[in-house]
Design a protein. Structure first.
Length: 365
């Protein structure tokens, strides 16, 4: 057996799964393809995953520091953004070593915060009051728009606001402000709050916060969600009537208490982030994830995206949601699309941004 073949055979199946399924997501959300190839090629054990990605992130961080020192602010912002997303992907499902995960997460947040004022258009870190503490978000506003409509961006089980740069850019170019935030069980909020299937609760606090901002149009608020956020967004829209439009990407319709057939690292992330002691407790939380009897209360326009080759969320979930909503609905089922259709991103990213701009009155760009 050749050295290459031996190394491949020795790779942790969790790393192999990462290589097989995650490349499109990593690359379209800001990781250079060469980084993905080199880091995964040199990582044989899942236990080394976070450290390997953190080391690569540090390269981009140092490039950002040097660019900033030399006075190249725009370049510095781009380097820091790449550093943030590499740190993020080091920690995103790395719940087996909490201390290491949290350190990489701190670096991801730090780098994105350094990038925000340097971006075009710039962004700001905001603190949203919630249950006696705060949820943190990144707010960005389109250039030249005095009081723009806002897209509230809901994360998934393993995504955080630091991963949202590409999505944000598409909305911003169309005259929409973006507020990507970490909700309960997500990103910066995962340490204080457990996963909250009743996501209308944090979204209410986010929209309450938007109403305090004189530079945003609180009368034109849309909501967008990716993966688990593709459940959270329509769930919130069913209860929160200040939401004028909703985009749901690869979201669940209803979960069972069983985790059979799901990737083990995703299952463990759900257990940890739901603050469950075991899978039985986690299953009770999963049972609360439902749109049954609730989807009919969604009266705002909704755009639903699903892929036929999604290994995490069956396409039937999108069809069921579309069949039950009461408002106007666009259902886009992408043939060959994986989870969140990251492998065929051009089939929905611009289209959903265009649609949202029209729904919130920003017009066509």
């Amino acid at each position: 057996m050749s050295e290459v073949a031996e190394r491949k055979a020795a790779k942790d199946p969790r790393v192999e799964a990462a290589i097989s399924h995650w490349a499109p997501r990593f690359v379209v959300n800001g990781v250079p393809l060469t980084d993905f190839q080199e880091v995964t090629a040199g990582c044989d054990r899942w236990e080394d995953w976070c450290a390997a990605w953190s080391a690569r992130a540090a390269v981009h961080e140092e490039l950002g520091n040097q660019a900033l020192k030399d006075g190249f602010k725009l370049s510095a912002g781009e380097h820091f953004t790449r550093a943030a997303v590499c740190y993020h992907f080091g920690k995103f499902l790395f719940v087996n070593d909490y201390a290491q995960m949290r350190q990489a997460h701190r670096k991801a947040v730090e780098c994105r915060n350094k990038a925000l004022p340097l971006l075009d258009p710039p962004g700001e870190r905001v603190a949203i009051p919630y249950e006696g503490k705060h949820l943190y978000g990144n707010l960005r506003k389109p250039a030249g728009v005095a009081k723009p409509p806002v897209v509230v961006m809901c994360m998934g089980l393993d995504s955080t606001k630091e991963e949202m740069n590409d999505y944000e850019g598409r909305f911003l170019k169309r005259g929409l402000a973006t507020l990507a935030f970490d909700g309960p069980g997500q990103g910066e909020a995962e340490y204080d709050f457990a996963i909250c299937p009743e996501y209308e609760k944090p979204v209410k606090s986010v929209i309450d916060f938007i109403e305090t901002r004189k530079d945003l149009d609180a009368g034109r608020v849309g909501i967008w969600g990716v993966s688990f956020g593709g459940y959270y967004a329509p769930r919130a829209a069913a209860f929160e009537k200040r939401i004028k439009a909703c985009v749901a990407l690869s979201g669940a319709y209803q979960r069972s208490a069983s985790f059979e057939g799901r990737p083990i690292i995703n299952v463990e992330a759900f257990r940890v982030r739901s603050k469950s002691a075991n899978l039985e407790e986690a299953g009770k939380v999963a049972l609360r994830v439902t749109l049954k009897g609730i989807a009919k209360n969604i009266t705002c326009p909704i755009y639903i995206v699903a892929g036929t080759k999604d290994r995490l969320t069956p396409v039937e979930a999108a069809k069921q949601l579309a069949a039950e909503v009461s408002g106007p609905c666009v259902l886009s089922i992408v043939e060959g699309g994986n989870h969140v259709v990251n492998n065929l991103w051009y089939r929905y990213r611009d289209q959903t941004a265009d649609w949202m701009a029209v729904q919130l009155g920003a017009g066509k760009s």
